[in-house]
Design a protein around this ligand. Structure first.
Ligand code: SF4
Length: 245
């Protein structure tokens, strides 16, 4: 397993914590709104970072770091190697959060059951039907696997966040209404406004994200069934509208 990116400290990735972020390359999905094209399409063009050096950094900074986030791409593609990385981080000792697309429930299950993580974040991309998922994820996806991961995470007893990226014309009112029953019971749901700049699909790059009042309407659809809903990217539409043409 190669590490292709590292952020020394972030306040955004793990809410309420100062965390370093590790980026692992490769993904089994091709979401139209993905911003990790460099990581998932041509990871060989990116420099690999020295794992021991990064672990050494974490060891030196453990006094003020609150944890380490492992993201991608899709971290669970690495199976046992991912579990070993979490063990190395726990040995420092630091807490671990893994971000996943939920397509590999066997590894999500092991992360939880074997104590490899203190928190999880999972993307729910669309209503859980094969055509809906394929329309957003860009490839055929086994939605039963995604449903299984979602259940494991919601029942894990660990702090977790389920993230939904909303995109005009792709994931909006109709989709959120159908996703609401699956979001029910999650610790926290994050409604994330899509960001068109540099996203994977060229067509989406000209789509204006939702305005703040439209986001509020979308949140109102899921709020009744969710314990806590947060919104990210309220200013994305204004940023797109104000950029030079
Ligand atoms: S799951 Fe989708 S958004 Fe996430 S890295 Fe893979 S392709 Fe990109």
């Amino acid at each position: 397993m190669e590490i292709k990116g590292f952020i020394e400290s972030s306040l955004l990735e793990w809410e309420g914590r100062i965390a370093s972020v590790i980026f692992l390359p490769g993904c089994n999905l091709r979401c139209h709104y993905c911003h990790a094209a460099h990581l998932i399409l041509h990871p060989e063009r990116l420099e690999s970072l020295n794992r021991d050096r990064l672990l050494g950094y974490m060891l030196r900074q453990r006094g003020w770091l609150d944890g380490i986030v492992i993201t991608g791409g899709e971290p669970t593609l690495y199976g046992e190697e991912l579990l070993e990385l979490t063990d190395d981080i726990h040995a420092i000792p630091l807490d671990v959060m893994v971000e996943t697309n939920g397509t590999r429930p066997e590894w999500v299950g092991r992360l939880i059951a074997e104590g490899h993580v203190e928190a999880l974040a999972m993307d729910l991309k669309a209503p859980l039907t094969r055509p809906d998922y394929e329309r957003v994820a860009g490839v055929a996806t086994d939605v039963d696997d995604v449903r299984h991961s979602l259940r494991l995470i919601k029942e894990s007893g660990l702090p977790h966040e389920i993230r939904v990226t909303v995109v005009p014309g792709l994931v909006g009112r109709d989709e959120l209404e159908r996703m609401a029953p699956d979001l029910k019971g999650a610790d926290q749901v994050a409604i994330q406004n899509f960001q068109p700049d540099h996203c994977l699909s060229e067509e989406l790059r000209s789509v204006v994200p939702y305005a703040p009042e439209e986001l509020d309407e979308l949140v109102a659809l899921v709020e009744p069934v969710c314990r806590r809903v947060v919104v990210r990217g309220r200013d994305h539409a204004a940023a797109v509208r104000s950029r030079p043409q």
